[in-house]
Design a protein around this ligand. Structure first.
Ligand SMILES: Cc1cc2nc3c(=O)[nH]c(=O)nc-3n(C[C@H](O)[C@H](O)[C@H](O)COP(=O)(O)OP(=O)(O)OC[C@H]3O[C@@H](n4cnc5c(N)ncnc54)[C@H](O)[C@@H]3O)c2cc1C
Length: 249
């Protein structure tokens, strides 16, 4: 299990503002800094750690660090996605050999990773939205109010139709972004659009799906409460910003 350690307590969206640093020493580097929200840190065997070897965003480099070299905090309590852990990570003068430097152009690497990871987050959003729609549709077919099935009330049926349209659009955007990546073509814009649209559609859709369940949607005995909590993270992680200078697109 590997973890990706970029975010810091004071800098997430603004990658160039990270403060972790790597000092060159005999035979390698010493790493100093604190990272937060690092997924799977409690279980990870090694970490990709971003730290500055020089000032500015061009000074960011990426290092491969074995677990023994990092201090991992307790799992962070989270709103949702609780099957996946996240924790703080600290490096206090950890020595890594020369070959641990896996990318000198760390900023460019981080932006490139977004091009790959954002289509994946978009795909997660599509999956979540699909489950929410399937569940809401099944419920709205059998649950009755005022003498007819819920879905037959336009106020509910139109919401479900909107979810279905969002689902198709999100799926196509995700496929397009992933397809470009697979062909080795530039996809920064498509990946960001797919991620932003699909995550927003999932949050919007799952809220409407929960509403269709009425009081039962608010119960842990039905799937909506969990989906509702899980969806929010999709808008947050993997960010939504590109390289402000545009030279990594
Ligand atoms: C469940 C989870 C797992 C995560 N896993 C990892 C991981 O494995 N590795 C890792 O490195 N990080 C991870 N993160 C961190 C995540 O990438 C950051 O939380 C995210 O990039 C946002 O950074 P921030 O929290 O510092 O928010 P901030 O950067 O402080 O932003 C706060 C708010 O302001 C908005 N904002 C910021 N700048 C702008 C702007 N220029 N224009 C408009 N709005 C702006 C943001 O969108 C956000 O809504 C994870 C986070 C979560 C919640």
């Amino acid at each position: 299990m590997a973890s990706y350690a970029l975010t810091e307590p004071h800098a997430g969206s603004e990658v160039a503002a990270i403060r972790s640093r790597a000092e060159r020493v005999q035979g390698g580097f010493r790493l100093y800094g604190r990272k937060t929200w690092i997924s799977h840190a409690p279980e990870a065997g090694f970490f990709v750690v971003f730290a500055k070897v020089a000032e500015g965003r061009e000074g960011i480099a990426a290092f491969l660090v074995e677990r023994e070299g990092v201090e991992v905090g307790p799992p962070l309590p989270k709103l949702g996605q609780r099957a996946s852990s996240a924790a703080e990570v600290a490096l206090e003068g950890t020595f890594v050999p020369e070959e641990a430097l896996i990318a000198r152009e760390g900023f460019r690497l981080a932006m490139g990773v977004f091009d790959r990871s954002r289509p994946v987050v978009a795909a997660m959003a599509v999956g979540l939205l699909r489950r929410a729609l399937d569940e809401a549709l099944a419920y709205a077919r059998v649950r009755e109010a005022f003498g007819k099935a819920l879905w037959e009330h336009h106020g509910v049926g139109f919401k479900l139709a909107e979810m279905a349209m969002d689902l198709e659009a999100a799926r196509l955007l995700a496929h397009r972004a992933a397809d470009l990546a697979e062909r080795g073509e530039a996809n920064s814009m498509e990946a960001a659009m797919a991620k932003a649209f699909a995550a927003d559609a999932a949050v919007r859709g799952v809220s409407e799906a929960l509403q269709a369940f009425g009081g039962n949607g608010y119960s842990e005995g039905y799937p909506m409460a969990k989906l509702y909590r899980d969806a929010k993270a999709l808008q947050i992680y993997e960010g939504h910003l590109g390289d402000p200078a545009g030279d990594c697109a």
